[in-house]
Design a protein around this ligand. Structure first.
Ligand code: C6P
Length: 404
């Protein structure tokens, strides 16, 4: 069982007032709040060991390098990667997806197929469209049903020897659907396709096991898992990372450089050009340790309670419709109230201290599917409470009265 009050005390921002009201932070899908250990670790890095890494023989450079590489091992163990060099530091999910999509340009030819899902964030659509434009490959979309679940029978039909890569999120940011990625990966492998899993929304809620999933790539962002912004992870199977060309050229990703030819550094450095986000990399390890101390089983169980409680309470509001009713769902609720624009509700409840996201959530095709401009999205984390949900529900009722 989680001691929520003790956990909340770890997050200084949660005791703040916003617009004169206690903050109710339900925009965790956009970014998570940071515990004091993470905030302290950022300051400690700059106060005590700030130096460039993998370059100097001096003591600070060595300390910073050791801390950065220790964090890589923390993340390796967290996601159960076979080797630490399969864990690449990136600036975030978007960077990771672009690195892989860019690499596939060297492997695809006209007529090859790339499968994305109808549930994707723009970050997992646009880089693949750009890849298809460059190579003449064809983008195909795995459709979804009215509950926001991917239609597996349609996926089966789309898979063929022409499919070179399948790219799908583990959890949808807009609807909260948890996709059956393990089964989808196995099916893709039967036709020889690689699979990238966008774990941006999954990693705050669960501990991915990349070897058990057998995914070829798994990407996520540090800022959604209590870490800083500007840091993320691209996991890739060694065979794939060796096969793909580097994404960017520059310092630290080379073995030798002459004006005639450059040879590349070994993994993981081949994909880590330039001075990285050193503090971010180190502190991502701190964030992952913090979450593991809270425990992902505890997190999942508690967040599911919040989801069920909020769903039931929200549905008591007349005219409220929830988008995304998948059987397997995480603690995200997207909804609208008859005839009221989501921005109007979002703006009014912000005045009451409540932070939710409104709009298309960088997932316009999902909004198009439902023929709506956007939704109000409340996304809960393990530090939220049922009392906060009550505050939001009352605020929504008030906003509804004002607007109708
Ligand atoms: N979704 C949201 O409010 P970056 O921006 O690179 O850290 O993550 C991009 C991204 C990719 N895939 C999924 C499934 C995501 O949810 C996100 C980020 C945030 O839903 C901000 S748009």
């Amino acid at each position: 069982m989680l001691d929520i009050q003790k956990i909340r005390a770890d997050f200084p921002i949660l005791s703040q007032k916003v617009n004169g009201k206690p903050l109710v932070y339900f925009d965790n899908g956009a970014t998570s709040q940071k515990p004091q250990v993470v905030i302290d670790a950022i300051a400690r890095y700059y106060q005590e060991i700030n130096a460039n890494i993998h370059r100097g023989v001096h003591t600070l450079s060595q300390l910073a390098t050791d801390a950065y590489e220790a964090s890589r091992h923390t993340i390796q163990h967290h996601i159960n990667a076979k080797n630490a060099y399969e864990v690449i530091f990136t600036s975030g999910t978007t960077h990771g997806i672009n690195a892989v999509a860019n690499g596939f340009a060297a492997l695809l030819k006209a007529g090859d197929e790339v499968l994305v899902s109808a549930l994707e964030h723009h970050s997992n659509i646009v880089p693949w469209q750009m890849l298809c434009e460059r190579t003449g490959a064809v983008l195909k979309v795995i459709p979804m049903n009215d509950k926001g679940e991917l239609i597996q029978a349609e996926y089966d039909k789309l898979l063929s020897p022409k499919t070179k890569i399948v790219t799908v999120n583990h959890i949808s940011n807009a609807l909260g659907t948890i996709n059956p990625v393990k089964e989808m990966i196995a099916k893709a492998h039967q036709v020889g396709a690689a699979v990238l899993i966008d774990g941006a929304q999954a990693t705050p809620h669960l501990k991915p096991d990349v070897q058990d999933l057998d995914c070829d790539f798994y990407v996520f962002s540090g800022h959604k898992i209590c870490g800083p912004t500007g840091i993320g992870i691209l996991y890739g199977k060694e065979t794939w990372l060796r096969k793909l060309p580097p994404y960017q050229g520059g310092g630290e990703m080379i073995a030798t450089v002459t004006f005639e030819k450059t040879t590349y550094a070994d993994l993981p450095h081949k994909f880590e050009a330039g001075t990285p986000n050193i503090a971010g990399g180190i502190v991502l390890g701190t964030a992952v340790d913090y979450l593991n101390e809270v425990g992902f089983d505890n997190i999942a169980k508690y967040e599911h309670e919040l989801l069920e409680y909020a769903t039931q309470k929200l549905l008591e509001i007349e005219g409220l419709q929830i988008f995304g009713t998948a059987e397997a769902k995480t603690s995200v609720i997207s909804f609208n109230i008859n005839g009221i624009h989501p921005y109007d509700i979002g703006t009014i409840i912000d005045k009451l201290g409540i932070a939710v996201r409104t709009g298309h959530h960088c997932a316009q095709p999902i909004m198009d599917y439902f023929n709506i401009p956007g939704t109000i999205r409340a996304s809960f984390a393990f530090y939220n409470t049922k009392e906060e949900i009550d505050v939001m529900v009352e605020a929504i009722k008030k906003a509804k009265m004002m607007l109708s």
